[in-house]
Design a protein around this ligand. Structure first.
Ligand code: B12
Ligand code: SF4
Length: 491
């Protein structure tokens, strides 16, 4: 059975304000990552789910596995939202297969549909299988598409090999769990059986060599997971496919994965820890950091929550073990939104915690979201001013800014009325963090919220442009010193 993993391109929209924003962001990022190389083509990172599930398939005896990479294909996007059919046909024509696997997010689901349609046309006998963060909550809708054969919901480690094994044996898929598909009467059928999650220790080693070695020139870092899952329940988040109770891989396993990926894609690569909250469990984190310190040559970025960064000893250990960039979900400077949407995070501790982070020699970058439904445009503006002040005070080196999107699967999508939101439509190609909000609230219209967002991009771009570097590294001056990645839209 020939299996093709399809790398669906990101859906980016050109936003003028983003150019300076990403440029100044990137200057800060490079300053914190001395020696960082430019990306040849902007793949950003290896698609983790593919290596992961390909590892599972190899463990079940499947060997004929390839990737159809449309993510970095040239001249594919003919206008925002539309892919060139001839380019898709050519690329898919080079990859005949029996089964094509897709894992789009909400924002590029329409791209996955366009590609699937072309594949079905080229290979009518081939099976198209969807899974992942968007296909799971939207399973019925996705499965009803004429060019989709099966949707695997939730985790795929058991369901995918079970489905392929059943199909190969020519048996009825009725016994396969986690499955949604069109039945004989064309109505969508959902299997009643759910597989339990596979413990981390039993997940097969990833298939590292899915891409050619020189793909290492197209990525910025290697993603590595230590703990899978997050116990918090932010209303806008959609990580339920992964699970709520963090499960840890063994440190030996984690280090072997890093060695294997680096040996194929470049020893120079830094790591980006895929853990949602890297410093959640101090004991576990400390054990990994000690191992990284012993390794001595692994530099890394990670993300976490403010309330998991209070221990100064841990901060120093992060720095000693190679942490170069700490991403912190601040989301908004409006405390009430934290109570409602972010699991009661206390903002009053922000400056003090960030000061400790800075004093430990770590560069901090925040995730900020514009447009929480309990905020007026003035509240949103104050929130952006607050982040600008943190940058100006040298407590943050950089920040992301995105618009709030009620992704399917999130609490704010499932029950918008609980939060005073009215969803305006379900055209998911416009559920985009750089586009006007798809909801309205009594406090702010989509246009008002989007205006604040655009102004916020300008303000934050300027603040990052002013920001000196907290780790003492000189900010590079010329574009060729930090690449031109920022020149194209990439959100
Ligand atoms: C890596 C990553 C990225 C990468 C690459 C994604 C890729 N294609 O590989 C990059 C950096 C490009 C990225 C970008 C974005 N991302 Co992202 N990303 C992630 C992240 C951190 C990890 C995904 C991952 O690899 N997980 C590990 C794998 C093993 O888990 P998994 O994908 O869920 O797969 C399991 C199951 O779902 C299932 N499965 C998955 N796919 C398939 C397919 C088949 C066929 C089958 C059978 C099973 C199956 O099996 C797997 C094993 O059990 C997730 C958060 C998370 N922890 O999941 C967010 C996440 C997927 N991203 C998210 C978002 C919002 C974005 C952005 C919009 C953010 C932004 N502001 O720019 C952009 C998209 C930009 C664009 N315009 O298109 C949201 C998704 C929202 C949604 N529901 O659509 C997530 C869930 C984060 C969150 N907290 O909400 N992202
Ligand atoms: S936003 Fe972050 S902290 Fe909140 S539930 Fe999602 S992964 Fe966990």
């Amino acid at each position: 059975m020939q299996i093709i993993f399809v790398h669906t391109p990101m859906f980016t929209v050109p936003v003028d304000q983003r150019r300076l924003f990403w440029r100044n962001f990137d200057v800060q990022y490079h300053a914190a990552h001395p020696g960082l190389r430019h990306m040849r083509r902007n793949m950003w990172e290896l698609p983790h789910w593919m290596h992961w599930l390909a590892g599972v398939l190899v463990a079940h005896g499947y060997e004929d596995i390839e990737v159809l990479d449309l993510y970095t294909a040239e001249n594919l996007l003919i206008s925002p939202g539309t892919l060139d059919e001839a380019v898709m046909r050519r690329a898919a024509g080079d990859h005949p297969g029996d089964v094509f696997l897709f894992s789009p997010m909400t924002v590029n689901l329409h791209f996955a549909y366009q590609i699937s349609r072309v594949i079905k046309d080229l290979y009518p006998q081939a099976l198209i299988v969807y899974g992942g963060v968007a296909a799971t909550p939207l399973a019925d809708q996705v499965a009803s598409m004429p060019f989709v054969d099966y949707v695997v919901v939730d985790r795929g480690e058991v369901a995918l090999p079970a489905l392929l094994g059943t199909l190969e044996a020519g048996k009825d898929v009725g016994a396969v769990g986690n499955l949604v598909h069109r039945g004989s009467s064309a109505a969508v059928v959902r299997s009643p059986h759910r597989y339990p999650q596979v413990p981390a220790a039993e997940i097969p080693f990833p298939k590292v060599d899915l891409f050619p070695e020189d793909t290492g020139e197209d990525i910025r870092y290697l993603r590595q997971v230590y703990a899978l899952g997050c116990p918090y329940q932010c209303t806008f988040c959609t990580i339920q496919t992964i699970g709520r109770k963090p499960q840890y891989f063994s440190i030996d396993r984690v280090l072997s994965e890093i060695h294997a990926y680096r040996s194929r894609y470049g020893e120079h690569h830094n790591i980006y820890w895929g853990d949602e909250t890297f410093t959640l469990n101090p004991e576990r984190t400390t054990a990994l950091l000690a191992a990284l310190e012993t390794e001595g040559d692994i530099h890394y970025d990670c993300q976490t929550r403010l309330n998991c960064l209070t221990d100064e000893k841990l901060l120093c250990q992060l720095q000693r073990s190679g942490c170069q960039w700490l991403e912190i979900g601040l989301e908004t400077g409006f405390q009430q939104s934290h109570e409602q949407h972010k699991h009661h995070m206390k903002l009053s501790a922000t400056a003090e915690t960030l000061r400790k982070v800075r004093d430990a020699g770590l560069a901090a970058c925040s995730f900020v979201v514009n447009g929480f439904p309990d905020q007026t445009p003035d509240d949103m503006r104050r929130s952006i001013d607050w982040v600008c002040d943190l940058i100006d005070d040298g407590l943050l080196q950089a920040t992301y800014l995105f618009g709030l999107v009620p992704y399917p699967g999130s609490v704010i999508y499932e029950s918008p009325e609980r939060f005073g939101m009215t969803l305006l439509h379900k055209d998911f190609s416009r559920y985009h963090e750089d586009m006007p909000p798809v909801f309205t609230t009594p406090y702010s219209s989509p246009d008002q919220t989007f205006d604040v967002f655009m102004q916020g991009l300008d303000q934050l771009a300027q603040a990052m442009g002013r920001s000196s570097c907290s780790s003492g590294v000189q900010v590079p001056g010329a574009p060729d010193e930090y690449g031109t990645f920022w020149a194209d839209p990439h959100v």
